[in-house]
Design a protein around this ligand. Structure first.
Ligand code: HEM
Length: 77
């Protein structure tokens, strides 16, 4: 499986036709198909291309929202 550093992940911010990837608990998910991540923006609060593991606790939903999206890699140091 592909490995992403934080720097490599940042490229996939969902803007200008780029794919939207987000990292959660060490896995990198492709949420490009989600209307809720259009242009890499989630509720005006979060952006694509970053590790959002710590932010999940502040969200109104559980982490089962991640299950619908493909894992495309792992986040490495
Ligand atoms: C879906 C709000 C943070 C990932 C949703 C939905 C809402 C929402 C309203 C749609 C309804 C639902 O599934 O409950 C927020 C707010 C956040 C937040 C206000 C701010 C604290 C996060 C974080 C992540 C995330 C930190 C990722 C680590 C997702 C995903 C979906 C989703 C993947 C499903 C999208 C889809 O089905 O198309 N969020 N969320 N959210 N959220 Fe969040």
């Amino acid at each position: 499986m592909e490995e992403f550093t934080k720097e490599q992940l940042a490229k996939y911010n969902g803007q200008d036709g780029e794919k939207c990837y987000i990292a959660y608990q060490g896995k990198v998910y492709d949420v490009t198909e989600s209307m809720l991540w259009d242009e890499g923006d989630h509720q005006g609060m979060h952006e694509g291309g970053i590790d959002l593991t710590e932010e999940m606790d502040d969200s109104p939903h559980d982490d089962d929202v991640m299950e619908d999206f493909p894992v495309v890699g792992t986040l490495v140091e």
